[in-house]
Design a protein. Structure first.
Length: 99
């Protein structure tokens, strides 16, 4: 672990800047992707189903195989990637200030 940390600290200032720009660029792309995926998801319409009387349909029972579930999974994955990128950016900035 110390060897890896020492190698990271041995990077030049330009390398830290390049890594920072890469993290920020990927974070922006990921954030835009999260916004698009969330906007593509349909709203929750449980109240309308209660009024109309339609409760369980074939479409509702097989919701795990639909596009909505895939969009939900994409949202979770892309938010997790965004969190990892932001933590990496923070660590890069901390290492840059130490070196």
């Amino acid at each position: 672990m110390e060897f890896l940390l020492n190698n990271l600290l041995a990077l030049s200032y330009e390398a830290y800047q390049v890594l920072s720009v890469i993290c920020i660029a990927l974070s922006i792309i990921c954030a835009i992707f999260v916004i698009i995926v969330v906007m593509m998801q349909p709203g929750n319409s449980n109240g309308i189903e209660a009024i109309s009387g339609s409760s369980d349909t074939f479409y509702g029972k097989n919701k795990s195989k639909t596009i909505e579930s895939k969009l939900r999974i994409l949202t979770v994955i892309s938010v997790a990637v965004l969190i990892v990128l932001m933590v990496a950016f923070y660590l890069i900035q901390k290492l840059m200030n130490v070196g």
